[in-house]
Design a protein around this ligand. Structure first.
Ligand SMILES: Cc1cc2nc3c(=O)[nH]c(=O)nc-3n(C[C@H](O)[C@H](O)[C@H](O)COP(=O)(O)OP(=O)(O)OC[C@H]3O[C@@H](n4cnc5c(N)ncnc54)[C@H](O)[C@@H]3O)c2cc1C
Length: 305
């Protein structure tokens, strides 16, 4: 073995004739908003659908596991990294607007879609303002805010299944729920479309500003983080953040990993936190909330590696 992958695998991957890049031993802390975690053995950046198809075929033939990555704003990579291939979707940047529909590549940032919608007086995505993820990542995580999720406006999504076959998911085909989508079996979303409504431009811009200001107040951008650590518990009036506050977790730290002093459901990297520091803080949070309130919170941040 050389640096994680065998020479054979390295040669096979290097032989794939694609326009995009295939890299090896890439530190994932540079590709996640928490700025922590070890390397990926292989880091592929397909340029288009054809690249992605060739790559997925080669990965399947070599029995190499793969993991699509958007902006890395909802994942914590372990310090030992990922033994497989990260598929970086950042080159899927197409966007087009047709009437009430915005169709966009999976790698496009939510902010871009929100801007595009606002400039045309289209409403329905403002609540996502300030979420630092990609369109693909948002669909997979069913991202949302202020009580509204992206699934409410999602019309369709094109994706490859793990066998490399292309499909179109249509609205209503399978259920989405709070921070949960039907895409959890190795699918790679390549593009999707939202259906929006016609709104007042002034109101759309005002909702966008309010969402951003609210996030700033909650300290979302003061340090690297991955947003909410836990989902809000179903059936309770209280949020995960309020539970963390109640049991005195704000400011709790292990080395450079700390529960945000502004928001009890966010763990921030105040400097050089390792992934293990962060996951230990998260375990303490979970344990303490369970012991003191009896509520068993479910993690929202996804662990990788
Ligand atoms: C400051 C901050 C605030 C946040 N606020 C919110 C919030 O209010 N609401 C909320 O819901 N989330 C929030 N988040 C979390 C996160 O931004 C969202 O979940 C976002 O949608 C994740 O998108 P991403 O591109 O970063 O996905 P990633 O973190 O890269 O990936 C998340 C998951 O999606 C999968 N994935 C990504 N792209 C694809 C693709 N093309 N095909 C298949 N699978 C894919 C990955 O494999 C992984 O399982 C916040 C995060 C931060 C840092």
């Amino acid at each position: 073995m050389i640096l994680g992958v065998s020479i054979n695998v390295r040669e096979t991957m290097q032989k794939i004739n694609i326009k995009g890049k295939i890299l090896f031993d890439v530190p994932l802390k540079d590709h996640t908003t928490l700025k922590a975690g070890g390397p990926a053995d292989i880091y592929a950046v397909p340029e288009d659908v054809y690249d992605l198809m060739l790559m997925m075929k080669a990965l399947t033939e070599c029995s190499i596991s793969y993991y699509p990555l958007g902006a890395g704003s909802n994942v914590l990579v372990t310090d030992s990294g990922f033994r497989g291939c990260i598929i970086d979707m950042s080159r899927f940047q197409n966007i087009s607007v047709r009437g009430l529909y915005i169709c966009a590549g999976a790698g496009i940032r939510l902010e871009r879609i929100i801007r595009e919608a606002a400039s045309r007086g289209l409403t329905g995505v403002e609540h996502l303002s300030g979420i630092p993820g990609t369109f693909g990542g948002a669909v997979v995580c069913n991202a949302g805010s202020f009580g509204q999720d992206i699934s409410a406006s999602l019309e369709w999504a094109d994706y490859f299944d793990s066998a490399g076959n292309l499909h179109r998911f249509h609205r209503g085909e399978s259920p989405f729920s709070y921070r949960h989508s039907p895409f959890h079996s190795g699918e790679v979303i390549i593009e999707a479309a939202v259906r929006l409504g016609i709104g007042s431009s002034a109101e759309i811009h005002s909702r966008i500003s309010r969402a951003r200001n609210e996030r700033e107040k909650r300290g979302h951008y003061s340090h690297p983080s991955a947003g909410s650590v836990f989902k809000n518990p179903p059936g309770f009036e209280i949020s995960a953040g309020q539970l963390a506050d109640q049991v005195g977790l704000k400011g709790f730290r292990i080395n450079d990993a700390m529960v945000s002093e502004k928001h009890g459901n966010i763990v921030v990297n105040t400097g050089h936190a390792s992934s293990s520091d962060i996951s230990r803080v998260i375990s303490v949070m979970h344990q303490r909330i369970l012991e003191e309130t009896g509520i068993d919170l479910e993690r929202e941040i996804i662990y990788l590696g």
